[in-house]
Design a protein around this ligand. Structure first.
Ligand code: AMP
Length: 415
């Protein structure tokens, strides 16, 4: 079933959203992107005459009630955005009566799911090394099923619109789906868009395909790099991970971030790229700094010839041109990870060159997907969010999807 074909009139839909919004010390929302992201799905149900039960996690209360993470703090904001009053169920596992009383067009928001350890399904207060751990885990899986069944009992239809947690097999993101048949469970609009965006870079690829992988370490990106190697035409590696490659090739990298134990890995990535005919683009020069600070002294040096006491913090001018060339003609683009320490205003040039080239290619008809935390922050810092095709809302979920892993939240619905 899809959200567009489902009939919601007279039905109750329980929707898993990601309302894990940042709050200030007074409990005021500082960024409501996630709430806005879920509105199309929520409004669809209401507009068609359905009733809504909304559920989410917030923060990491680790299975315990904690007022700091109470979703009661966002009731007014959700109500204002939906344009209808929102009722609140202060205990998500005891909301049966409130849910049963809901009429068409009414909305009930459940308290933070993670106040119950059953949501994440991990046994609490017992160490993995404890001989009783396996038993505790088994018992927790059973109570997770019961918890999921309770949530499912509130509604006729289940919708998952929380892409940010789709890589977790939690009660509300996956287990609950077992209690609805295929005609009564579906992805929400936000999830559909995310799945489509990932599909565009993993299967429905228009060529040439350029992936830009940056960030601090090659070790955290290796799964993605390996999966992309079979798909891309150009693979740009940038940011801090570059210096592991420079060192592996016999260069000197000064005090640059470098994973000494990943030199062989870097060489094997280079060999694989060659064997697969992938154009691997590595920086040839960099902006080196004499300290890790925005106001450091700088000089442009070859990427593999950084003087002692200096560290590469950004891509150099020749490198920026190389990157732009490999991006501008592309028809599919994926960007994950900045090309320098973009948090410092004086070291944004590399990331900006990447962003500018992506915007240019997108204007020429390319599909560009930006995802995974820092590159999203980067695009937002440059005010260029509307110049790319799609910005993913999922950090870890997006990265796992691009690694080629099956996301439990999606598998639970699509099989
Ligand atoms: P990641 O979380 O692995 O995607 O890395 C993102 C972080 O990498 C950002 O905070 C950047 O500031 C950092 N980064 C990018 N380039 C460098 C570099 N040359 N040296 C140190 N950190 C870097």
């Amino acid at each position: 079933m899809t959200i567009d074909t489902c009939k919601f009139a007279g039905q109750k839909a329980i929707v898993r959203v990601d309302f894990n919004v940042p709050l200030d010390e007074n409990g005021k929302i500082t960024d409501d992107t996630r709430i806005r992201g879920a509105l199309p799905t929520l409004k669809k149900v209401l507009d068609e005459g359905g009733a809504l039960i909304i559920m989410s996690h917030m923060g990491k209360p680790k299975g315990k009630v904690n007022a700091k993470f109470s979703l009661s703090q966002i009731v007014d904001a959700v109500s204002e955005k939906l344009g209808v009053p929102v009722q609140f169920a202060p205990d998500c596992a005891k909301a049966g009566e409130a849910a049963a009383a809901l009429k068409a067009g009414e909305v009930l928001l459940l308290e933070n799911l993670r106040f119950y350890p059953e949501e994440e399904g991990k046994p609490v207060g017992i160490d993995k090394a404890d001989p009783a751990f396996d038993e505790a885990k088994k018992a927790m899986k059973e109570s997770q099923k019961e918890f999921s069944k309770t949530l499912a009992s509130y509604a006729d239809i289940y919708i998952n619109d929380a892409f940010g947690t789709a890589h977790r097999k939690h009660a509300s993101t996956a287990v609950i789906a077992d209690y609805f048949d295929a005609d009564h469970k579906m992805l929400g609009y936000l999830m559909e868009k995310e799945v489509q965006a990932v599909d565009n870079v993993l299967s429905n690829i228009k060529r040439p395909f350029t992936a830009i992988m940056g960030g601090s370490k090659v070790s955290t990106k290796i799964g993605i790099i390996e999966n992309l190697m079979d798909k891309v035409d150009n693979l740009i590696l940038c940011g801090g991970m570059t210096y592991t490659f420079a060192k592996a090739m016999g260069g000197t990298v000064g005090t640059s971030i470098c994973e000494e134990d990943k030199l062989d890995l870097a060489l094997s990535i280079m060999e694989k790229a060659k064997a697969k005919g992938v154009n691997l683009v590595l920086g040839v020069d960099c902006v080196a700094a004499d300290s890790f600070s925005n106001d450091a002294n700088t000089q442009v040096v070859p990427a593999g010839n950084i003087p002692e006491g200096w560290e590469g913090l950004d891509a150099g001018p020749e490198t920026r041109e190389l990157f732009a060339k490999a991006i501008e003609d592309a028809k599919t683009i994926l960007w994950n990870g900045p090309a320098g320490v973009f948090e410092f205003d004086n070291f944004t040039a590399g990331s900006r060159a990447v962003a500018d080239a992506i915007a240019k290619a997108t204007a020429n008809g390319a599909f560009s997907l930006i995802g995974g935390g820092d590159s999203v922050a980067c695009i937002n810092k440059f005010g260029m969010a509307d110049q790319v095709s799609y910005i993913s809302t999922g950090g870890g979920a997006l990265l796992e999807a691009i690694e080629g892993k099956v996301l439990p939240g999606i598998a639970a619905i699509k099989g």
